[in-house]
Design a protein around this ligand. Structure first.
Ligand code: GAL
Length: 837
């Protein structure tokens, strides 16, 4: 039996806000001291932010049949009509009751995406969902119920309790102790509910979330369920509300920085409170560089006030792509002289500027944006990425030389922005809908408030390829959106990713930076017509390729990995990048996409279930174009030779051999015989036609006359063994951290067999479990949540997650006839994040 323990064997069977920020505000004066902070440490009980990810139960409901949906809607009543209490039809077990027996519900921890656990269905209408059955025609698999029972101690009476959801896909209804608390429409915008009144103190509390993924927000795989974190935040009645701290830093390159801290304080009590805010600014090294003590002000009962504070930092450590220095503000709130709230907010000091003739500048230095667009989807986990995977993905993109990321086409999870802050990645942060309705503006407001402290975000995108992008009506919508963004932030420009309708009366007249999707032939003319409007390639490329495949195969749904294939609106990597690189007025561009994602199989459909647009596949294994970008985006010598050299049966036939290199000259050899040398031209690959004979294909790369790199492709023997390589061999035993383990099929000499497709079985034991599997094959129909997976062109991937018990995690991959591969990962002692028990 494999150790697919956590989800399947051990645990399993199968803008609106109740607390809307107060309007009233008055600025309070403050004094600044640069002495180490004396602010008294607030007791840790003042504010608790508890992760509510663990210990949930999950059950599918039904979109059409109330009897299979726990009676929801059967009586025709809504929750609201019945005074807030769920009407429980006779004969239906009351799932809102603490005593309800949910033992047959699936045990799940968040983040969770039920869509990847659904079987593949060959129905063309499901193509966007990666052929997982969601939608009006699939009522039995489109509704999910989540249930969590937890204690709230009697001592919490008098505190404010807030449930915060970072993102639920989608149309969710939250029910707490039988009361309808609220709902949320968007699959991406964070939302929160104040549940202070509805809690049972000193008793069990039942939280239910009904999630309806019948309809979609987008045209790509979006997952289903509570796929981001949930938090229970407990505060004093006087506190800083969610996203209530806003830090803006202004700096002239080489000069001092002005840091402005705006802190909203809410008094959710019946008495006026005399409050003050102490903001301690900590350097990247964690030492206090300024302590700002505000003059106390009286905040009336049930009102809010804003404190404005300002500090000068003489020689700031700037945030940059190479040195992503992060400061933080430690906020302490005192009411009537006692500490009542404390929180920490990370921020960076950097300057940004888009110039209509010279592109983008970070800290006064010109930076060409070498970007990728990405959806939030990864092998093994779907839309439910553990935090570490966000870092893993950004690390892979940085390794490629990329410095910019577009959160297409939706607002990101906070941990992705943390990863971009910490690793040094510029971000175009995009909202899902170009929309100025209350719902659209609410989503936009939540995005800006949630993310405005991230220095990595340098531009907001208000939409993608919107039908109204070129119309007067579109311009009005966009104007309203921009006004809101400027009110909430005002430190970043806005753009829109447009694929037609530039100029004229549409959104071009509103945006600060014009986004261009594809359409190179329109760019120069637009620049002439709008010489004062900066421009960026908000989306480009859409080059399609399958890792390790060198001939198109419409039956299997594979595309050759030479840089030649693309849909009619798109282009090769080499074509778009040469175009952008040659135009200094363009701020750079964002290739569609960094990673493959589920859905949008293009140009093929079933059996293909994933897109091919990624420069890396769904597991994060690089395709050959990765090295094109690495050569021309990165700053180290690159020599990449392809294809592989296992072409038994093609002896004597011509094989296209390509090299991506940024060296001066490359010489190619087959079995020691030179096939000639070619000089490298900037941004262009090299190509030879080589008659195949088994052996060693070798490229030698020169800088001047000096050979600096060599790369070989060798005809391998048959698959003989498996080798496991974790991306990190030591992870934290916190119940969340993961290691990404690559399984490689090798021959007797240890060389990766590039065509191997052996069936692998994974076993994980000890202080962790298998979270999911993948292989990057866009036509694979094996389940990600399973114990076995075929290798695809020599590789498969296992995501291994640590438990909260420190110790060793043993990972083994086996396959009939092959020597097994094993690796041990240390789950190191760590303090798990505070969580709801
Ligand atoms: C773009 C669109 C993307 C994706 C891409 C595929 O037009 O913005 O979401 O569909 O095409 O090439």
């Amino acid at each position: 039996m494999n150790n697919w323990t956590r989800r399947d064997l051990l645990k399993n069977s199968i803008a609106a806000s109740a607390a809307v920020a107060g309007q009233g505000s008055s600025a309070a004066t403050q004094s600044q001291s640069t002495a180490p902070a004396q602010a008294a440490a607030a007791p840790s009980t003042v504010r608790e932010r508890l992760l509510l990810d663990f210990g949930w139960r999950f059950h599918l409901g039904h979109a059409d049949d109330p009897s299979k949906d726990f009676g929801y809607g059967r009586s025709g009543e809504t929750f609201a009509k019945s005074g807030g209490i769920i009407p429980v039809p006779r004969g239906t077990p009351d799932i809102t009751h603490a005593n309800f027996d949910d033992s047959v519900w699936q045990k799940v921890d968040l983040p969770h995406d039920w869509a990847i656990e659904l079987p593949f269905v060959n129905d063309r209408s499901l193509s966007d969902h990666g052929f997982h059955p969601l939608g009006r025609n699939y009522p039995a698999t489109s509704i999910g119920w989540y249930r969590r029972v937890f204690d709230i101690p009697a001592s919490d009476l008098g505190r404010r309790l807030l449930l915060e959801f970072d993102g639920v896909y989608r149309n969710s209804i939250v029910i707490f102790n039988g009361h309808y608390i609220g709902d949320n429409f968007s699959g991406y915008a964070p939302f929160r509910f104040d549940v202070t009144d509805h809690a049972s103190y000193g008793a069990r509390n039942v939280l239910l979330v009904r999630v309806d993924a019948t309809l979609g927000d987008g045209w790509f795989y979006e997952g289903a369920g509570i796929y981001r974190h949930v938090w229970l935040t407990k505060t004093n009645p006087v506190h800083v509300p969610q996203w209530g701290t806003f830090v803006r830093a202004e700096v002239q390159p080489g000069g001092p920085a002005t840091v402005r801290v705006t802190t909203e304080v809410r008094n959710e009590s019946d008495a006026t409170k005399n409050c003050r805010v102490v903001s301690r600014i900590l350097s990247p090294a964690g030492t206090a560089v300024a302590t700002l003590t505000a003059t106390p002000i009286a905040i009336p009962a049930w009102a809010s006030r804003e404190f404005e504070q300002q500090a000068e930092i003489a020689s700031p450590a700037l945030w940059s792509i190479e040195q992503p220095n992060l400061y933080s503000v430690e906020t302490s709130v005192e009411a009537a002289g006692s500490p009542v709230d404390q929180s920490q907010t990370s921020f960076g000091i950097r300057s940004i500027r888009f110039d209509a003739n010279n592109g983008f500048f970070l800290n006064g230095q010109h930076v060409e944006m070498k970007g990728t667009c990405n959806h939030q989807d990864h092998a093994g986990v779907g839309a439910a990425l553990p935090d570490r995977l966000q870092y893993y993905r950004i690390e892979r993109l940085k390794e490629m030389g990329s410095n910019a990321y577009r959160t297409s086409h939706n607002q990101p999870t906070p941990e992705l922005m943390d990863a971009c802050d910490k690793l040094g990645m510029l971000v175009m942060c995009e909202t899902r809908m170009m929309d100025s309705t209350p719902e659209g503006l609410s989503q936009l407001e939540r995005m800006v408030r949630c993310h405005r402290n991230h220095p990595s975000i340098v531009i907001w995108s208000l939409g993608n390829e919107e039908p109204e992008q070129g119309t007067e009506r579109g311009a009005r919508i966009e104007t309203t959106m921009k006004r809101l963004v400027n009110r909430l932030d005002g430190s970043r420009p806005v753009t829109q990713a447009m694929n037609y309708g530039w100029g004229g009366k549409g959104a071009s007249n509103v945006v600060d930076v014009q986004g261009f999707n594809y359409n190179h032939d329109r760019i120069d003319q637009f620049h002439k017509d709008y010489p004062n409007l900066p421009m960026v390639g908000s989306e480009t490329a859409s080059t399609v390729s399958t890792r390790g495949i060198y001939a198109n195969d419409a039956v299997k749904g594979y595309l050759r990995a030479y840089d030649t294939e693309h849909p009619q609106w798109a282009s090769e990597a080499e074509v778009w990048w040469k175009f952008y690189d040659a135009r200094p007025f363009l701020a750079g561009g964002f290739a569609w996409t960094g990673f493959d994602y589920r859905g949008e199989p293009t140009p093929y459909s079933w059996p293909c279930v994933n897109s091919h647009f990624g420069i890396l596949d769904l597991c994060g294994f690089p395709k050959d174009n990765f090295f094109y970008y690495q050569a021309w985006w990165g700053n180290k010598p690159v020599l990449h030779l392809f294809p592989h050299w296992n072409w038994a049966g093609k002896e004597g036939q011509e094989i296209e051999v390509w090299v991506h290199s940024n060296l001066d000259r490359v010489e190619l050899f087959l079995n020691g015989q030179s096939l000639g040398s070619q000089n490298v031209t900037r941004n262009i690959h090299l190509m030879w036609k080589v008659k195949y004979s088994a052996g060693i294909l070798e490229a030698k790369g020169f800088k001047g006359n000096q050979q600096v790199l060599a790369e070989r492709r060798e005809t391998t023997g048959a698959a003989a063994a498996l080798v496991l390589r974790p991306d990190r061999a030591r992870i934290a035993a916190d119940g969340e951290d993961v290691s990404v383990v690559t399984a490689e099929v090798v021959d007797a000499q240890g060389r990766q067999v590039p065509v191997a497709d052996n069936a692998l079985t994974f076993r994980v034991s000890g202080s962790g479990w298998l979270l999911g599997l993948g292989n990057g094959d866009p036509s694979c129909h094996e389940m990600d949540k399973a114990g076995s997976r075929q290798a695809f062109n020599g590789l498969a991937m296992a995501i291994v997650q640590a438990s909260k018990q420190a110790g060793e995690i043993h990972v083994e991959a086996s396959s009939p006839g092959l020597a097994s591969g094993t690796v041990t990962i240390a789950a190191a002692p760590s303090t798990p994040r505070p969580a709801v028990p």
